[in-house]
Write a protein that binds this ligand. Sequence first.
Ligand SMILES: [Zn+2]
Length: 76
Amino acid sequence: MSNAINLRPCPFCGSADVNLVCVSGADGEERCIDGEEELNDESVFAFVHCHSCGIDFISDAGRTPKDVFEAWNSRA
Ligand SMILES: [Zn+2]
């Protein structure tokens, strides 16, 4: 069992129904990241998606899941 990551609620609508999503550069496939061990995967492009208001959040600081995760939780 992996350590689940804990995203803060959406700062725009307050929903907790948010996911950290990454897109594989190789095949463009999207998948949700749900374990800490996946945060440092530098081969993917990551963003946070809110299922309630539909926003996609990307980070100016970087594109790895860890960059986006930390940016999201520091501004939310
Ligand atoms: Zn939202």
